[in-house]
Design a protein around this ligand. Structure first.
Ligand code: G3P
Ligand code: MG
Length: 242
């Protein structure tokens, strides 16, 4: 069995690359993970003035200088601000250009619930780049956005993200026919994994960086892990296959 046949999917969280100090959601991080042989890359996407950018935070401050809301900037201003400190904020188009058909792309939609964000993502993936449906997934903590996505194009695989344990466990997967439920590591419990599987969705966990957690989640029967250190999970999965 090769790594790509592994029943557990290794997802390079924010492109991965932390082990070699690469900045999240950059082409360099993505390229590094691709060279490792990662088969799923996750990036965060905001729609700024109708253009899709790979960036995580609502406000400047953690990676880019300042403290303003990123929505107060134009795309070119944000890219320029980043380049002043040697950081690159790629467009979704650039991300797709780097990945090509070397891995599947998980686009996590961030930002306010605007119909145009979902529409822009669908347009980019299915019209502009005509990516096959098995090469990308779209996820969000905002289940309304995933609902909008499903109504516009039911063929796109959907990920539903949660940070907590809802009373009805994985019920939210059903109306959205989710491909995966993405749970925070802090709230993983066996009952939720089992309920998710009963409802026909995969159970993926974020953000799993420690080898002990990786081992534990393997034993619990999760289907995927988002990690900043994909090499750690890949080593573990390869070891398990021998
Ligand atoms: O998509 C899973 C994970 O990326 C969600 O958390 O904050 O890292 O985008 P965050
Ligand atoms: Mg994310």
């Amino acid at each position: 069995m090769t790594l790509s046949d592994s029943p557990i999917t290794c997802i390079a969280h924010r492109g991965g690359g932390k082990a070699v100090n690469l900045i999240e959601n950059t082409l360099a991080a993505i390229e590094y993970s691709l060279e490792l042989g990662v088969t799923t890359i996750e990036i965060d996407v905001w729609s700024i003035q109708g253009k899709l950018l790979a960036i995580h935070d609502r406000r400047l401050g953690r990676i880019l200088p300042g403290d303003e809301n990123i929505m107060n900037f134009s795309v070119s201003e944000l890219i320029e601000l980043a380049s002043q400190i040697g950081v690159q904020v790629p467009t979704l188009e650039e991300v797709i250009g780097v990945i090509g058909d070397r891995a599947e792309l998980n686009i996590e939609i961030k930002g306010p619930n605007c119909a145009h964000t979902v529409a822009n993502v669908i347009e980019a993936m299915t019209v502009e780049h005509q990516l096959p449906y098995d090469q990308f997934l779209v996820s969000s903590f905002d289940h309304h956005q995933i609902h909008t996505l499903m109504n516009i194009n039911p063929y796109i695989r959907r990920g539903v993200l949660v940070e907590g344990v809802p009373l009805d466990l994985a019920q939210c997967c059903e109306p959205l026919k989710a491909y995966f439920l993405g749970s925070s590591l802090d709230f993983v419990r066996q009952g939720m994994i089992d309920d998710c599987h009963r409802r026909g969705s995969k159970f993926w966990v974020f953000t799993v960086n420690h080898i002990d957690d990786m081992r534990h989640l393997c034993a619990m029967g999760v289907d995927g892990m988002f990690t900043d250190y994909p090499e750690r999970l890949m080593n573990l999965l390869e070891f398990h296959q021998e």
